[in-house]
Write a protein that binds this ligand. Structure first.
Ligand SMILES: [Zn+2]
Length: 114
């Protein structure tokens, strides 16, 4: 389960940050999720509800999910384009000599302390 792993990553990372910054409460966590990461935001929400109930610090913490656009780079014409629309084929020169730059990851963007 991709999504459950993501939730535990978020919990572990934020707990560490809280410790370092002497925080005891977090109002919300904003997580950016790449469009082609394979992570389904609705599942994240469900797992968050489930996982936070078992934690000491996050019972009242809201998880905000934002979409991170997927971008692909073309090595032939050196341009970038939106991955979801054109997949592996460059819309400018029709090359398939392309690779994903961003959109396959998840990033903790913001933590709102209380
Ligand atoms: Zn191209």
């Amino acid at each position: 389960m991709h999504e459950l792993g993501t939730i535990y990553y978020v919990i572990n990372t934020v707990e560490k940050l809280m410790e370092e910054n002497n925080l005891t409460q977090v109002g919300s966590i904003t997580l950016q999720v790449g469009e082609v990461s394979g992570i389904i935001p609705e599942y994240l929400e469900d797992f968050w509800q489930y996982a936070r109930a078992k934690t000491e610090h996050f019972r009242d913490t809201e998880l905000k999910i934002e979409k991170l656009e997927a971008v692909t780079y073309c090595q032939d014409c050196k341009q970038t384009y939106p991955t979801l629309e054109y997949k592996k084929i460059c819309p400018y020169c029709h090359s398939d000599n392309t690779f994903l730059i961003t959109g396959n990851e998840y990033v903790i963007k913001e933590i709102e302390a209380m």
